[in-house]
Ligand binder design. Sequence first.
Ligand code: GDG
Length: 498
Amino acid sequence: ETEGDGLGCLESLIVVSNRQPYRHEYEDGEGDEGSIVVDEPAGGLTAGLDPVVREANGTWIAWGDGDADFAVTDDDGCVAVPPDEESYTLHRIELSEEAVDSYYYGFSNQVLWPLCHEFPDLIDDGDAWANDFEWYRTVNERFADAVAEHATAESVVWIQDYHFGLAPRLIRRQIPEAATIAHFWHIPWPTPETFAECPADEELLVGLLGNDLLGFHVDRYARLFMECVEQYLDGAVVDHDRWLVDYDGGTTRLATAAMGVDADTYDETAREVEGTDALLERFGVSPEVTLGLGVDRLDYSKGIPERLAALERFFERNPDRRGEFTFLQKATPSRTGIPAYERLGELVRSEVTRINSRFGTDDWQPIVYTEEYVSREHLCGLYRRADAMVISPLLDGMNLVAQEFVASSVDEDGVLVLSEHTGAHERLGADAVTIDPTDTDAFAAALETALEMPASERRRRMRNMREDVFGADLEAWMDSQFAAIGRLHCSSGSDDDE
Ligand code: GDG
């Protein structure tokens, strides 16, 4: 019943995330000679949470990573932000190169990421993981210690993501019982069969059950979490109907909340765009073409090779589309240095070259591939201009790009081709063209369906999707989290609310 403003009884908010909301840098990369400038939050969750932490005069604990970052903090790593209107404390944790290698590139991204995305073959095997896991634990301890420095009995601690699977329990041990710990897990949760491959299965579950509230994007991930607890953790009692897990004297409530995007901003930005011809020409795309678009981090979970295979099949089957349709794939390199990501980059680039040499002509390429980072304005322009947006992950917690595209489609004439294996599909599946990315023939046929769809049907589907994306935006997601946190936090000490 406590709808909306869960922030009401919140006196002290402590956010924990890997990425920091503000970065300090030396101007012109001049080393410590230059003056220090500040980077604003880049977008997404960080930008969305910033005003909430400001309003709460809270604390944000995150990894700080440069000399300039620490030149402005006090001895404890704290600095007041934002610089122009100091509203909250940013507490930066400094990590050695070895810690980053093992905690971030190692256990987080070569064990937990492939595990949760159902790529057991990519999980670091051999001895590497044991050392990585030790560092993961050490870093989680350091964050937990930082939380303990700031926490009071009134505190709400809100932890973000898979980098902090052990922190909740470590925090619980150090802070007053009345404080509330909540956590949002932004990626999928694996099946029990896959979870068996987790080298630190029990400790991870025990860690996460230090939370009072654990959130996922969709019901399925929460259910899988409960199944894993039941199978792999002795002594835990799972209430599948009420979504509660009792363990070691504490109760963890599970919740789902599908994350949204700042839809109004995407809409406004897309409306202000003054054409994309110049941008397309810069990439080597003729402004006249029918445009397909892909926007992803260069990650093996995003199904980019599968998308290229479907495009090749599409051009085989539709010779009349050659010269007329171009697919622009924007890929942002990420986690470079991890072998699986290096291999993926090589595969994608060589497949693009091969397909282009098969169908391309002197003045037309079927696939234009770029790893250039584009501004939010340009991104919105491309979303608006795209005739078909293609999102084909093999598994994706939510996928915000799908929603950003919908929010930017102000002319209501673009079609969303969307993998059924994304959290976003639970929201948009009814009005998107659904694909299984591994079924190349059906995927190619879906591209045909999208490009041949009559304008009236495009509009009808896009309107439905826009209703969803604007109705359940980033702010609504945060409200729902804080309402759930508020119900636990403000009622602690009184009777259970159900
Ligand atoms: C994880 C989960 C979940 C990309 N290239 C550019 C650019 N981007 C931005 C997009 C979007 C973001 O990066 C990617 O977000 P996704 O949600 O698609 O995917 P992940 O990075 O894997 O995020 C995912 C998410 O967490 C939130 O919970 O949805 O399932 O995997 O915002 O716009 N932005 C700009 N230029 C680029 O070139 N400006």
